[in-house]
Design a protein around this ligand. Structure first.
Ligand code: FAD
Length: 491
């Protein structure tokens, strides 16, 4: 517990003041915007679908003195996905990583027209009439919005690959509600196992409640497993001493290694770190089905079948296109339809124009742009597109002449438990807004352990999009590091 407090106490304030400077620059910039003399007579109506990484980063770069902005999303807040796993165990509170979209729009106060927000699902797009229809499930009404430019940034959804029983019995790991559900279920399983133990139930039944299975060995699955291990090895050990030895945490991965995007020795380090903390890590193993109590498995090497009992099943096994994205791509047809395999997103060019749909742009996880489906990529894309809109006013010739987007991978990080992380950083690209080149893959700086953990925390802290969230997360880290995680809240 001393390590996180030390990290928070030293590195974080440094990053805090650096980023505070960025906010002041932003503020100064927005004041300049208000007195901008070049007001166009006719404003373009820009409708943005989504309140995630891509849309927010795009929105922040638009000039509301030049365009009328409407944001539509069923989620009225932005949330910081990199810290979602920590929410599942109470390392950070869910409210500390969320920020209302209205707060983000409020920053445009003083401009000639303030952007509008509509909490609704976009359900269909009419490319000919340039309208998008949005439905609000809360009050059962639908609204049709006119647009001049439509930016689709609706992200992706968890992909269960139609494996029988997964949708019904597993908890996904994608939204804030999912992490709260995991947290509630973990606390419930602990209390129900405790009741079973007191009632003299069989050891097997108690252990089943305490077997928590995470499927998917990518960064999300690994970070969740690590957070669960931390929770068990510190807080559960203190508050449920009779149960600690009966708890099992299993991570199941279909390929041969966890954290496949990292170098092999980093994957090996992550695996060993999880094993050392008491988790079971099974690779080359596919989930083939699930029911209320068991998960069926297939060994990818020897094709043997087996099943395991579980108390909690969490799915972090990949993402796929949302029904809205699939319906829109199918409606456009032509080159939007893949020759083989499932439809994974909207095909866009290197300026994010949707192929076959004039005045429609797509970015982030819902677009097939060649960048990986990460917050880092969605953020860069939003930033690029915002700049393109400002500089070209979406005039066709100017857009043609504008630079194409180039993704710069600044590196990857993952938390692996007990105040350790792994980092693969492309340091040669840092410190420049528009790095000259991609560099070689061999130009990576690879770190593991406590040093990587300090970087992981500092970097994710500094990348948070609001100062309020930074203070809240800093407070949560200090509180959970000093007093332990809260296990009483009725989430
Ligand atoms: P999202 O951020 O998913 O936003 C999509 C938005 O669209 C949401 O607001 C949604 O409500 C809205 N929407 C959905 N349907 C509709 C509709 N019909 N109409 C209107 N709006 C709609 N990436 C990293 O780079 N680093 C990390 O550490 C990292 N950690 C992650 C941890 C977790 C647990 C998860 C789930 C993801 C993580 N990612 C990380 C990936 C990253 O979060 C995504 O790549 C990123 O969120 C994609 O941004 P986006 O804008 O495309 O979509």
């Amino acid at each position: 517990r001393v390590v996180p407090v030390l990290v928070a106490g030293t590195l974080v304030p440094t990053v805090f003041f650096t980023t505070a400077r960025d906010e002041w620059i932003d503020h100064a910039y927005s004041i300049k915007k208000i007195v901008s003399p070049n007001q166009p007579t006719r404003k373009e109506r820009v409708v943005i679908l989504g309140s995630g990484w891509g849309s927010l980063s795009f929105l922040q770069r638009l000039d509301p003195d030049k365009v009328d902005i409407t944001v539509v999303s069923p989620r009225s807040f932005f949330f910081y996905t990199p810290l979602l796993a920590g929410c599942s165990t109470g390392t950070v509170a869910s409210t500390s990583i969320t920020e209302s979209m209205r707060w983000h729009l409020h920053r445009f106060k003083g401009t000639s027209s303030r952007p509008l927000f509509l909490q609704a699902h976009a359900s269909s797009i009419d490319v000919e009439k340039k309208t998008v229809t949005c439905g609000s499930s809360a009050v059962g009404v639908s609204t049709t919005l006119d647009y001049d430019q439509l930016v689709v940034a609706v992200g992706a959804e968890s992909n269960t690959f139609n494996i029988k029983g997964v949708k019904e019995y597993a908890t996904m790991m994608k939204e804030v509600e999912d992490s709260l559900k995991v947290r509630r279920e973990v606390l419930e399983k602990l209390e129900s196992a405790n009741s079973l133990l007191a009632s003299g139930a069989s050891d097997e039944e108690v252990r089943r409640h305490l077997h928590w299975v995470v499927v998917g060995g990518g960064p999300t699955g690994v970070e969740l497993t690590a957070e669960l291990c931390d929770f068990v090895n510190s807080d559960v050990r203190d508050y449920f001493p009779a149960l600690t030895d009966k708890i099992q945490i299993s991570l199941i991965e279909g390929t041969g290694k966890v954290l496949g995007v990292f170098a092999p020795h980093i994957s090996e380090y992550a695996r060993n770190k999880l094993l050392k903390q008491g988790a079971n890590v099974t690779t080359n193993c596919f989930v083939t089905g699930a029911n209320e109590k068991t998960v069926s498995l297939l060994n990818a090497v020897d094709k043997s079948k087996s099943s395991i009992d579980y108390g909690l099943l969490v799915w972090a096994g990949g993402i796929g296109a949302r029904p809205f994205t699939r319906a829109f791509a199918t409606q456009i047809g032509g080159e939007q339809l893949p020759k083989k395999g499932p439809l994974r997103g909207l095909k866009v060019d290197n300026k994010f124009r949707v192929a076959g749909a004039d005045n429609v742009w797509a970015l982030g996880d819902c677009a097939l742009s060649g960048s990986p489906p990460t917050a880092q990529a969605a953020y860069q894309q939003g930033k690029y597109l915002g700049r393109l809109f400002r500089e070209t006013n979406c005039e066709r010739e100017k857009v043609e002449e504008h630079d194409a987007f180039e993704f710069h991978n600044y590196g990857s990080l993952a938390y692996v438990g007990s105040s350790s992380a792994v980092a693969d950083l492309k340091l040669h690209l840092w410190g420049s807004e528009h790095p000259a080149g991609r560099g070689q893959d061999s130009d990576s700086t690879v770190l593991e352990g406590k040093g990587a953990f300090a970087i992981w925390r500092s970097l994710y802290f500094s990348k948070m999009l609001s100062m309020k969230n930074r203070w809240q997360v800093l407070f949560d880290w200090c509180m959970s590091g000093t007093f332990g995680r809260d296990i009483s809240a009725p989430y």
